[in-house]
Design a protein. Structure first.
Lengths: 320, 329
């Protein structure tokens, strides 16, 4: 059994906005899955659905964490999974940490709750966690407040907080977007190291293909609330099947490419989720669509490109 | 923290000094003459001049102001000759109409006003906060909309209307309570509370409505903060999320307004005191204004200013307690 199994996930917000429409994927223990997409592609909505943190949205389909169903489960049952078996870190560590509590208190809080630990034991645990994420003088810094840390250090605190209860799944929602490039690399290394040490599965949500290329085993490309392409990182990046994935890759500068060749942006903008285009959702922006294929009328099915590598594109069917 | 406190207290003293100067200037410029009032009906120019001299009103204005400040700091004897009166620390002036130092008059009335303000404040804080929090948690629901409609109604009703209605219905028609009359807390705690329950409720109703709306919007704002989402992501129970992580931050604007409101009320709830016939600072103010008893009006003005600035300092200290950024600034 995989650690995380998502199937047929649908998240609808009031006003008929369908932010995620029929998403399925799995994540094995100790592996990293990178979910890539533009803003509004539904990647953050997916992560919040896994954590059971949607309040106004209607979530349907199935999300199983180690076999335990999250969708439609009683709040209390999901709450016991949250923080304990799955944890989450967010994009902006400053606004995601409570400004009025010390970092020691914020790290210890969840540990006390889930393990019934004493204040003293939880303090020791919090100091251990700060040391693990590479914060100097961890004992002294327990009493400091978030505003006394730098951006990168704050994200380390978030990671320490998320991992304090030894979860099996870490969801990282754009954890490096708000950080300097040099700090970004440190944080990614830290996540990769901790993953090795404690056998954590990581769901890395990002719009940065560079981040995914660096740490992901598997990649899931999302477009307008649905999966466009999925597979092991290397085949997805080297033999991208979906025109959208190819479009994303064309936007990246390459060290081994011609320095003079321009980057090719994807034309147009993401569709409205209120009224998504018929057929393939990407077809209005797709440079490879042809009139022989039902791009504008039929939603493409999930096609196998190679072992474990799938894409939702009519071209795959045609090329067979 | 100590430096922070010291800075606030120096600020408090400076503000009060400025308030003293402004109040003094206003009353100095007013046409009404205390000597004329003390002089009586059969008054001659010579007698007025003599009275001016005896009351110290012939001195230059800066000298009079210095005497006034000196009196507040250490007490003084006002005037000379037959009109000399002893006015002990803290001397806020002397009321020639009642023949008593202003401070004594204020002290007589203060327990009533403090009783009204304190009881009402506790009531409205509890009622307002809980209504606001419930509304915020059920935002957009039927309950939320009903509560907000009710608070809008309550906030629109003036105290002289709700007060009189309460008196009519509770005292006159239902006869559940006697007509309020002030009983000292030390003499008879039960009687004290029984007599004040109507004024408390009436005053608290108005404020609770405003506080409910304020705490609702403040709570909705903080509950949408990313750190509240983090608290939920840790698996904390909803109650802990709402109270420990949400309410803590939502309290700041509420406490700010609360400090101001309590400070203002301690300067006298004029309408409430009039409606219920309670002898507080508010009634003292009304009487003094009607009889142009200048020293008393001035004393009340200073006392109100003191309470407002003092509670502002308390609010500042509270900020330092709840917001670590203030503490370390």
């Amino acid at each position: 059994m995989s650690l995380l199994e998502v199937s047929g996930l649908r998240v609808t917000f009031p006003g008929d906005v369908c932010a995620v429409d029929g998403l399925s994927f799995t994540l094995e223990r100790g592996k990293t899955l990178g979910i890539v997409g533009e803003s509004g592609s539904g990647k953050s909505v997916t992560s919040l659905a896994i954590m059971g943190l949607h309040r106004d949205a209607t979530v349907s389909g199935s999300i199983r964490v180690d076999g335990i169903q999250v969708v439609g489960a009683p709040q209390d049952q999901v709450r016991r999974l949250r923080g304990r078996r799955m944890a989450m870190i967010f994009q902006d560590p400053l606004s995601s940490l409570h400004p009025a509590y010390t970092v020691g208190e914020q790290i210890a809080e969840a540990y006390r709750l889930h393990f019934g630990a004493s204040r003293k034991a939880a303090r020791v645990r919090a100091a251990d966690m700060l040391a693990q994420v590479g914060i100097p003088e961890p004992r002294r810094r327990l009493a400091d407040y978030p505003h006394q840390f730098s951006g990168g250090m704050r994200q380390r605190v978030m990671i320490a907080m998320a991992l304090a209860c030894e979860p099996e799944l870490l969801i990282a929602d754009e954890p490096t977007t708000a950080l300097d490039v040099t700090v970004q690399a440190q944080i990614l290394e830290l996540i990769a190291r901790l993953q090795q040490e404690i056998g954590l599965a990581v769901l890395m949500i990002t719009h940065d293909l560079g981040v995914v290329a660096r740490i992901a085993d598997e990649v899931l490309i999302m477009y307008a609330g649905a999966a466009a392409e999925q597979g092991p990182a290397i085949p997805v990046f080297t033999r991208a099947q979906h025109p959208y994935t190819r479009g994303l890759l064309n936007c990246l500068p390459r060290l081994d490419g011609d320095a003079q060749s321009p980057l090719i942006p994807i034309q147009g903008s993401p569709p409205s989720l209120l009224n998504p285009p018929a057929g393939c959702r990407f077809h209005p922006r797709c440079t490879e669509r042809t009139s022989e294929l039902p791009c504008a009328t039929e939603r493409p099915a999930w096609r196998i490109a190679s072992r474990g590598h799938h894409a939702a594109c009519h071209l795959l069917e045609a090329n067979r | 923290m100590a430096a922070y406190l010291a800075r606030r207290l120096v600020g408090l003293a400076l503000v009060l000094l400025v308030v003293c100067a402004v109040t003094f200037a206003i009353f100095y410029l007013l046409p009404s003459d205390p000597a004329l009032q003390a002089c009586g009906k059969s008054c001659t120019t010579e007698r007025i001049d003599m009275l001016h001299e005896q009351m110290g009103l012939d001195k230059p204005v800066w000298q009079q102001f210095a005497d006034y400040i000196g009196g507040i700091a250490g007490g003084r004897t006002i005037g000379t000759g037959e009109l000399a009166v002893r006015c002990d620390f803290p001397c806020l002036g002397f009321s020639y109409q009642t023949n008593r130092p202003v401070w004594d008059l204020l002290l007589d009335r203060l327990p009533t006003t403090v009783s009204i303000a304190a009881g009402a404040a506790i009531l409205w804080l509890l009622a307002g906060l809980s209504t606001g929090i419930v509304s915020a948690l059920r935002k957009g629901s039927f309950l939320d909309r009903s509560l907000m409609a009710a608070t809008l109604t309550a906030a629109s009703l003036p105290v002289f209307f709700t007060g009189l209605m309460a008196l009519y219905l509770v005292v006159q028609v239902a006869e559940w309570l006697p007509f309020p009359s002030y009983v000292a807390l030390a003499d008879d705690p039960a009687g004290w509370a029984q007599n004040l329950i109507l004024p408390w409720t009436v005053l608290a109703l108005l404020y609770a409505a405003l506080y409910a709306r304020l705490s609702r919007s403040s709570m909705i704002e903080t509950l949408a903060e990313p750190y509240v989402r983090t608290a939920r992501a840790k698996g904390l129970p909803e109650r802990t999320v709402v109270v420990k992580h949400g309410l803590r931050s939502a309290l700041t604007p509420i406490v700010t307004v609360f400090g101001m409101d309590v400070g203002t009320l301690l300067g006298g709830a004029i309408i409430t005191e009039s409606v219920f016939g309670l002898p507080g600072i508010g009634q003292l103010t009304m009487d003094a204004i009607n009889k142009s008893d200048q020293p008393v009006v001035m004393g009340v003005a200073l006392l109100s200013a003191f309470f407002i600035t003092f509670f502002n300092v308390l609010v500042d200290l509270f900020y330092a307690v709840i917001d670590p950024k203030v503490r370390y600034a």
